[in-house]
Design a protein around this ligand. Structure first.
Ligand code: DX5
Ligand code: ZN
Length: 226
């Protein structure tokens, strides 16, 4: 199994010290930065947008994995690409013309990710499977960090990985929400190869460095086995 990627999410980080928090996860070996954009419509909260992402891009060389929890994402893709996004994840639930949106993302030079809410079936992306670079499987209802993983997510990931394998596709599967040290290995063994890590990395109980190390250690056994 190729190395599992860890993508810290900043919703529970200290956003007043965002540059320091970015440097901390970078030093601790993060693979991507996962940036959660919320519009107050697709999900109730409003988080941050392209202007903040552009500022973050200036203080890191890590790939930016931008998670657009927004309606009508096609209207915003260009500004997020210009802000420095490397991966643009849209949600299947709000894409009327998913193939066109995936093509738009790729034309902007970004990798195309498609998100699935917990209640959205894999069949929602079946017709576009060949074109998608990353499927973002929500492990919680989107909108907030710090929630518990919905257990059925593991089976969904296993099912998705099996369907991708059947088609000979090595598409990335990113699990987003609820990843903790105790379930990280299970997520990876089911077939996720990108793990979003929010409150497990940014919390009041342990340093970013210690939390990242614990996550890596939890994943090491799965990586060796495969
Ligand atoms: C939820 C966001 C997630 C979230 C993950 O809507 O998309 O990226 O921040 O946070 P944790 O890891 O705490 O569940
Ligand atoms: Zn996210």
């Amino acid at each position: 199994m190729p190395a599992i990627k860890i993508a810290p999410s900043f919703l529970t980080a200290d956003l007043g010290r965002i540059a320091d928090e970015v440097r901390a996860v970078e030093a601790a070996g993060a693979d991507y930065l996962h940036l959660d954009v919320m519009d107050g419509h697709f999900v109730p909260p409003i988080s941050f947008g392209a202007i903040v992402i552009e500022a973050i891009n200036k203080v890191t060389d890590l790939p930016l994995d931008v998670h657009l929890m927004i309606e009508q994402p096609e209207r915003q893709l260009e500004s997020f690409a210009a802000a420095g996004a490397d991966i643009l994840n849209v949600h299947a639930e709000v894409c009327d013309d998913l193939p066109a949106i995936i093509a738009q993302i790729k034309a902007l030079g970004c990798r195309a990710g498609v998100g699935l809410n917990p209640e959205t079936a894999i069949s929602a992306i079946a017709a576009s499977m060949e074109e998608i670079d990353q499927v973002l499987v929500m492990g919680v209802h989107p909108g907030w960090g710090g929630q518990a993983l919905i257990p059925e997510t593991i089976e969904k990931i296993r099912d998705l990985r099996a369907r991708l394998n059947e088609r000979g596709l090595g598409t990335d599967i990113e699990i987003d929400g609820g990843v903790k040290v105790h379930n990280a290995a299970e997520c990876a063994a089911a077939g996720a190869n990108v793990l979003v890590a929010g409150s497990v990395v940014f919390n009041d109980n342990a340093s970013v460095a210690d939390s990242m190390r614990d996550l890596r250690e939890a994943l090491a056994a799965v990586e060796r086995e495969a």
